[in-house]
Design a protein around this ligand. Structure first.
Ligand code: APR
Length: 237
């Protein structure tokens, strides 16, 4: 067993489910009530920006009513106490990892609380509803849009993620169905580079077959147990 130094954790909607945020697929999933083509593609934004902005305004407003759960808090504890390398790559656009205290974190699919200028690439906080055509303070153009990676767009910070996957000793996936690439392929990249792999999920995912170990159960139970065990290895050394 390689000495454990560098960890990459991928999280999906399942890590926020116990906080009351709907996942995307499965019963009551977000894509049950909305068509991706209507609210999560560049074409949708061009065709009906008010609908797209309203969809993300509603999801952002819902953040006020939710809080991090034990899985977020456990990952924040790992972030604070793990002496080696750690990168938490979240597919989620909520801010619950941050609110739990995580810092070694990146959002591969963007963030609800951020607006992006489609003209100059500047970002600003998106707190209150932002109507389509809002003006960018950096360049003055009416080009602010949700800072969300739509289907068909390039995920964020892929070079940083690929480098972390090439270097990690352990790749852990929490609460994702493995339905969307490139995130769904990270386990294979990590394995290719010799990392150990662990999945924690409520149900078998589309990627379960690629993991050396899959633990089925609620993230709020499994993640704190796993973090406890990993941090215990540091006190052993
Ligand atoms: N604990 C652990 N896992 C859970 C829990 C829980 N309490 N509740 C649900 N899950 C699991 C489900 O079994 C499912 O496999 O979380 C997964 C959620 O899957 P999806 O709804 O597909 O969400 P995700 O995998 O994050 O979607 C990936 O798809 O629509 C795009 O951009 C969107 O980032 C999203 C991407």
């Amino acid at each position: 067993m390689r000495e454990l130094h560098s960890i990459v954790v991928l999280t999906g909607a399942g890590v926020s489910a116990e906080s009351g945020i709907a996942t995307f697929r499965g019963p009551g999933g977000l894509w049950e009530g909305h068509r991706v083509e209507d609210v999560c593609t560049p074409e949708a934004l061009a065709r009906d920006p008010a609908l797209v902005h309203r969809f993300y305004d509603l999801r952002r407003a819902a953040l006020a009513g939710v809080a991090p759960n034990p899985a977020h808090h456990a990952l924040a504890r790992l972030d604070a106490q793990w002496p080696g390398e750690l990168l938490i790559v979240t597919q989620n656009v909520d801010d619950l990892h941050e609110r739990a205290g995580a810092t070694r974190l990146l959002h591969i699919h963007g963030e609800l609380r951020s607006a992006l200028c489609a003209a100059c690439g500047a970002r600003r906080e998106w707190a209150a509803p932002l109507p389509p055509g809002s003006v960018c303070a950096a360049c003055g153009q009416a080009a602010l849009r949700p800072d969300i990676v739509f289907f068909g767009e390039m995920p964020y910070q892929m070079e940083r993620i690929e480098a972390a996957l090439a270097d990690c000793d352990l790749f852990v996936s929490v609460g994702t169905s493995g339905a969307v690439y490139p995130a769904a392929g990270f386990v294979q990249t990590a394995r290719y580079h010799g990392a150990d792999t662990l999945e924690m999920n409520l149900d078998p995912s589309m990627g379960s077959v690629f993991f050396a170990e899959s633990r089925m159960g609620a993230a709020g139970v499994l993640v704190p147990e796993w973090v406890e065990a990993v941090l215990a290895t540091t006190s052993d050394t």
